[in-house]
Design a protein around this ligand. Structure first.
Ligand code: LLP
Length: 425
């Protein structure tokens, strides 16, 4: 559900005109809708409400403090993958015992920080990682709660770069080796293994891969119990796909997903953990940009906008589709008289890969027109860089008829201050 739609010819974020945001904050900027975050969280919570469960929002999707605080107030936990994300989740008021520490390469410092905070399970992904966590916990006089992330060797059927559950991916412990890990962990006094975790990929648009992986994990849980191990939690990760509107995916609804999970896990007597990211954040944000120039090239019409691949890298990295719409609906009018043009929408960065879309039919536009790239709330701002010395762009959160800049635009002087020229240069 989007709270970004036109009212009287002007694209709004809830009740705030995006033209106003552009005039007051400048472009490019990310604009988020609090109502959409809230709605998505509640829809997901309802879909899994018949299970004993924890929703640990995957912070990597959108880690802005205002967003995390909003989700914390709704009762969300957090799935974090770095010391930085852990600090963000704690600062936003997410209770430590609702924080899951995932990731294939946790450093010693990150393990210490997690133990210090008293987080819920560390999802460990290799024997050396378990040994290091054990040593650190013993050194700190603590016992680390641990779940073992398995690699079920299931293809999630998603883009190759965001598929994480096959044997050739770096993630998890081969499902055939997990029994041995539990066995060896019995001699480790610093860790307490009580759970199974997995995450097979992202933007998954069918239930079948989830069903295969859950079935394999359920078999493993039963086997481990027969061997005398206690299994209390089953974390199935995130990955539920969302609609990118004009894109070609029709993912299952959260309800269909929740029903499937319940059906496949109801006899397991475990607490379920969910790590949704994109499903909560994706359609809660847009990238607001301005047309700098319209250029009629030899073979194409280019809409050169002031946002670029450093601000939103998804099209360049994953060939991702984002719906694009003008902010001013006189251009967007579905009226037959509106002249539609095939555009390549591109940014100013000096790479041909700085292309948001090719051959997209859009209403004819002019320099100065504002546009939005939809479904940019997840993996947008968090993946931005300062490539071409373009400072990070601001993030704006809207609620009803008010908005706030929740991350300000640094100026280039701030950026230069972080660098140092040694006197021997
Ligand atoms: N849990 C773990 C351990 C993960 O690695 C991820 C995402 C999630 C949960 C959340 O998955 P979601 O519900 O958002 O699908 N940058 C890419 C997506 C990378 C996803 C990485 N892991 C993109 O823009 O499509």
């Amino acid at each position: 559900m989007r709270h970004f739609s036109p009212i009287k010819g002007q694209m709004m974020a809830e009740q705030v005109s995006l033209a106003t945001v552009a005039a007051e904050v400048g472009t490019p900027a990310y604009v988020y809708s609090a109502a959409t975050f809230t709605r998505h969280y509640k829809v997901f919570a309802r879909a899994v409400s018949s299970m004993d469960s924890l929703i640990a929002y995957s912070v990597k999707a959108n880690s802005n403090q205002a967003v995390l605080s909003l989700l914390a107030k709704l009762g969300s936990g957090a799935d974090v993958v770095s010391g930085g994300e852990l600090a963000r989740a704690l600062a936003a008021g997410i209770a430590a015992d609702k924080i899951i520490f995932s990731g294939v390469g946790k450093s010693a410092e990150e393990m210490r920080a997690g133990l210090e905070a008293g987080i819920a399970p560390f999802n460990i992904e290799s024997m050396p990682e378990l040994q290091q966590l054990n040593a650190i916990a013993l050194d700190m006089g603590k016992t680390a709660p641990v779940a073992v992330r398995i690699n079920p060797n299931v293809c999630a059927g998603t883009h190759e770069k965001i598929c994480t559950g096959r044997a050739e991916n770096k993630f998890g412990i081969d499902i055939a080796d997990v029994d041995a890990v539990f066995e060896r962990a019995q001699d480790m006094q610093g860790v307490r293994l009580r759970g199974i975790a997995m995450h097979i990929g992202s933007q998954i648009d069918s239930l079948a891969p989830f069903a295969s992986a859950i079935t394999l994990a359920a078999g493993l849980i039963e086997r481990l119990r027969k061997q005398g191990h206690k299994i209390e939690t089953f974390d199935i990760g995130g990955g539920l796909g969302i609609s990118y509107a004009g894109g070609d995916t029709t993912p299952p609804s959260p309800k269909e997903y929740g029903d499937l999970v319940r059906r496949l896990t109801q006899d397991l007597d475990v607490r379920m953990i969910f790590e949704p990211g994109r499903m909560i954040a994706g359609n809660a944000g847009v990238l607001l940009a301005k047309v700098l120039y319209v250029k009629h090239g030899g073979a194409r019409n280019f809409l050169i906008i002031d946002a670029a691949m450093n601000d939103l890298i998804r099209p360049a990295l994953y060939d991702a589709y984002h719906d694009i719409e003008p902010v001013n609906a006189s251009a967007a009018d579905a009226d037959q008289k509106t002249k539609m043009i095939s555009y390549d929408v591109v940014g100013p960065i000096c790479e041909s890969g700085d292309t948001f879309t090719q051959h997209r039919m859009l209403p004819e536009m002019q320099a100065g027109d504002l546009i939005v790239l939809h479904t940019a709330g997840a993996y947008g701002a968090v993946q931005a860089s300062q490539y071409n010395s373009r400072p990070l762009i601001p993030e704006v959160l809207v609620k009803d008829d008010k908005y706030a800049v929740v991350r300000k635009r640094p100026n280039i002087e701030d950026v230069l201050k972080t660098e140092h020229v040694p006197d021997w240069v």
